[in-house]
Design a protein around this ligand. Structure first.
Ligand code: FES
Ligand code: FE2
Length: 404
């Protein structure tokens, strides 16, 4: 973020803090169709049409420390093997053998000199080429050069590994656009590693989880003791970006509100004053919420498993501390972070039950909730608007507000 952008965001915070009505450019939106949180057809389109055709977070480079380190990413229906090559490049392949399609590796991570299939031991090098076939003479004219592992698009940004099963997809940085342009200078060159991770399964639609992090309207009700005393929920500056991404900056009520709960943790010198003094959070479409901080930040990841089932995880990244356990200040920070997350999590399943009840009606959204509309528009865009059942479509009515 450059100084000019920071000043614009600060001016926007000032403007929002005294706002008494939505601005003239805010259109009268139709209600958001409530069936979007329960419909089986829409779920199928999201799981197949969206998550298999977009960039999704699959791991972090620190999890693949040496050539031959691998992990298996299995969130989109087709297990994907991600492996660091001898040239230290991280590559992705379907974890599916070119013989009879058995999984090449078992388990979720490990280190190997070669990737040897679990069924009949065909072996592949770390770059995916088929290099050895037991009793190869018994196959007629098998051309090993044509039977390498099937590659999957794989690109990294700030050490985060993303995969995309669509061979035609935009390059990752083009897809991320302003999100990458703004975040990269804040953390570039700072070695990050995983401090903390939690996983749970929630009986709710994945969009219920994502959308709960796209507004601060709920601060005083859901987080009365943990966040509401520190953040001014009325002063939130929102930016909508192409491809469904968005940013929300919320003003702190105490001078170092952005630092609350970070006592004793190292400050990354690259992180700008806005990130230090506010709550600044991005939605990286479709399913990553990243509330940034000067000591590190989590990625909150929602993975659809069923129309009313979501696997949710949060992975907290901090500055690499060297050998041994994380510095004790992290324990305190993570306990506080998990407490706030639990306040949100406790809400999810009751909301879903209510959304799925006969009493549920379509949803009116306010100006400070506009990131939700933008997000849902891009869910439909990613699927293909024509494919979405007509009563559930969310028309693109906020495109004039998109910043590029
Ligand atoms: S299925 Fe992999 S070697 Fe046979
Ligand atoms: Fe919340």
């Amino acid at each position: 973020m450059d100084e000019d952008l920071i000043r614009r965001i600060e001016a926007q915070l000032e403007e929002e803090s005294v706002r008494r009505s939505p601005p003239p450019e805010w259109p009268v939106l139709p209600d958001l169709p409530v069936g979007r949180y329960t419909d089986e057809e829409l779920f199928r389109l999201e799981a197949h049409g969206l998550f298999r055709r977009t960039w999704v977070y699959a791991g972090h480079e620190s999890e693949l420390p040496e050539p031959g380190s691998y992990l298996v990413f299995d969130r989109t229906g087709s297990p994907i093997l991600i492996v660091r090559g001898h040239d230290r490049v991280v590559r992705a392949f379907y974890n599916t053998c070119r013989h009879r399609n058995a999984p090449v590796v078992k388990g979720s991570c490990g280190t190997a000199r070669r990737l040897v299939c679990t069924f009949h031991s065909w072996s592949y090098d770390l770059e995916g080429s088929l290099v050895a076939v037991p009793d190869e003479f018994a196959f007629n004219g098998l051309d090993r050069s044509e039977r390498g592992l099937v590659p999957v698009r794989c690109e990294t940004w700030l050490g985060f590994i993303f995969v995309n099963e669509d061979p035609e997809a935009l390059p990752l940085l083009d897809f991320l656009g302003p999100v990458a342009r703004e975040i990269t200078p804040e953390y570039e060159g700072q070695p990050l590693r995983i401090v903390h991770r939690r996983r749970l399964t929630l009986a709710c639609n994945w969009k219920v989880v994502v959308e709960a992090f796209l507004e601060v309207y709920h601060l005083r009700t859901v987080h009365p003791k943990t966040l509401a005393p520190y953040l001014d929920g009325k002063a939130s500056a929102i930016a909508l970006f192409p491809h469904g991404h968005s940013r929300m900056v919320t003003r702190a009520m105490v001078s170092d509100g952005g630092k609350a709960g970070h006592e004793g943790l190292p400050v990354m010198p690259t992180v700008n004053r806005l990130l230090q003094a506010t709550s600044t959070s991005y939605l990286i479409f479709p399913n990553i919420v990243a509330p940034l901080g000067h000591a590190g930040f989590p990625l909150l990841l929602a993975w659809p498993r069923g129309p009313q089932t979501t696997d949710y995880e949060w992975i907290y990244f901090g500055l690499d501390w060297g050998d041994g356990d994380p510095p004790p200040a992290w324990d305190q920070r993570m306990a506080l972070f998990d407490m706030v997350m639990d306040e949100d999590m406790n809400n999810m399943e009751p909301i879903q039950r209510s959304l799925a009840s006969l009493g549920a009606r379509d949803i009116p959204l306010s100006w400070p909730e506009r990131r939700i509309w933008h997000f849902d528009v891009h869910v439909d865009r990613a699927i293909g608007q024509e494919a979405v059942p007509a009563p559930l479509r969310v028309p693109p009515l906020l495109d004039d507000l998109i910043e590029t």
